[in-house]
Design a protein around this ligand. Sequence first.
Ligand SMILES: [Fe+2]
Length: 242
Amino acid sequence: MTQSIRIHEIGNYMLRQYLLETPQGWIALDSGYAGGFSAYRHKLEKRTSIGQVKYVFLTHSHNDHAGFLTELVQKSGAQLILNEQSLPRLARGENVMPEGTGFTTRAGVMLSALMKRSSFPPVLPDETTVILRSEVDQPFLAAGLPIRVVFLPGHTADSIGLYLEETRELLCGDAAGNAIIAPARQAIVIEDVPAFAASWDKIISLDPRCIYPSHGNPFGVEDLVRFRSKLDDLTLFYPKKH
Ligand SMILES: [Fe+2]
């Protein structure tokens, strides 16, 4: 069977909110900013009922992705699927920016203070949470869905994405971007440049037909091929230390 998974998007250019319609129910990718659940639910229910969301897949633990995660999981009754490395970050309910985290533009540095101040309701796992420790853990494939979890660290250590094997489409979270806020398909924030570059190499070797970022418009893998060498000598910008 082909074309069994359909991608929906109910966010906007600055923050995409993807939903996957599958034969086994709907998968929500991430949530959105704290306080955004009502608006999100309103948009979602133009496509399906909240109870049809069977899984919530977290691409990483930044506040624009995890802001109303707990509410979404509780109101839908969905199973939360996340990277083990997201757990300590989610428990804090704030953006964690480890030593060395930098910005790909000078303007982006201005976001640093905002990111540090942006809190969200802490997210704690329950007995239904699926905790992924490596790519050996493939809950969707195990359930018979042609959706592969791909670990894509670099933007954050806990970044993961979903690859739709039948249609060769990749939902990459912030492992790459295509919004005006960052250049050359990069993320605006990078924790680890070599890891970020290695994740691009992994994406390129997957050879997806289309890449859906969380910020900006979908694009082809040829963009990553074109811009990959920029990551070899990428200079990040850092906020001034106080
Ligand atoms: Fe992010």
